[in-house]
Design a protein around this ligand. Structure first.
Ligand SMILES: O=C(O)CCC(=O)C(=O)O
Length: 275
């Protein structure tokens, strides 16, 4: 077990995030990225739009990341031993493209309560300021939910372009990662990311989120997998792990899961976005 140290866990509780955490070596991360490129080549179309969500349900590559024991050790240090994978999102920024992610809190629209959950973000490529790394506003989680304005901006990679205004940009911290490194962040921490102004692609898998088994979904239905421990609550729709690449039955479940996810994320929204 490589649980977090007490200092690391305290940093997370106080600041609302923790980074960088070594999970894969650069060679291992390179191999993961090569597999990803192959999958993109074969199934790229399916991973676009809202297909960027929950690819771990149909692709063993992402299943193995989401259920990786070293990541789960980190998560166990933060939310305890009974852990569900409640979703993943592939965040890709192509070179010199305008896509960005506005300042937001993950807990604002995802319906998961209580807040014993955490988002983990694994870098599959190098992630730098130039290619659009995330930024965290330290301690912003301590004030709980903030107002968001739904902008539906064309280049905004969030569902509604939801945006927290008045973020003190002199206080935010860049989360640069080497391939194979992880960062984790709190449901209420305000974060976002800028455009990729570089010539290098930026690819990351966000596991959003790992939830304690007691956490319920208040806006709809969530499809989960048991990652560690036991689930005495059965709040969610339990699904099997991916047994192969794009297996028909699993693809059907994936589509159903993503339809339900959209209902949650766009609950009470004035219109639907791309994701
Ligand atoms: O990939 C990004 O830049 C942002 C991802 C994000 O907002 C998240 O993982 O919660």
């Amino acid at each position: 077990m490589t649980l977090l140290t007490a200092d690391q866990a305290t940093f997370y509780q106080q600041k609302g995030y923790l980074t960088p955490i070594d999970i894969f070596t650069e060679d291992e991360a390179g191999a993961l990225y090569d597999t990803f490129r192959q999958l993109e080549n074969d199934h790229g179309e399916a991973l676009r739009g809202y297909g960027r969500n929950n690819a771990h349900q149909v692709l063993p590559l992402f299943d193995q990341i989401a259920h990786h024991p070293s990541i789960l050790d980190v998560i166990e240090s933060l939310i305890g031993p009974n852990i569900l994978v409640a979703g993943t999102t592939l965040f890709i920024k192509e070179p010199e493209q305008p896509g960005f992610i506005s300042w937001h809190q993950d807990a604002r629209y995802n319906g998961l309560k209580p807040y014993n959950w955490v988002t983990a973000w694994l870098a599959l490529t190098e992630v730098t300021i130039e290619n659009g790394c995330m930024y965290m506003w330290p301690e912003s989680h301590l004030a709980g939910q903030r107002d968001h304005v739904d902008t539906y901006g064309e280049d905004n990679l969030l569902t509604r372009g939801q945006t927290v205004i008045d973020v003190p940009e002199d206080k935010v911290v860049p989360i640069e990662l080497r391939p194979g490194q992880l960062s984790v962040h709190h449901p209420w921490v305000v974060h976002g990311s800028g455009q990729n102004t570089s010539k290098k692609r930026r690819v990351g898998l966000a596991i959003q989120s790992y939830i304690g088994t007691e956490v319920d979904q208040h806006l709809g239905k969530t499809y989960v997998q048991l990652a560690r421990g036991r689930d005495d609550y059965n709040h969610h729709f339990l699904i099997p792990r991916a047994s192969g690449v794009m297996i028909d039955d699993e693809v059907n479940i994936w589509h159903a899961a993503n339809r339900e996810l959209r209902k949650v994320l766009y609950h009470d929204a004035e219109k639907l976005g791309k994701y």
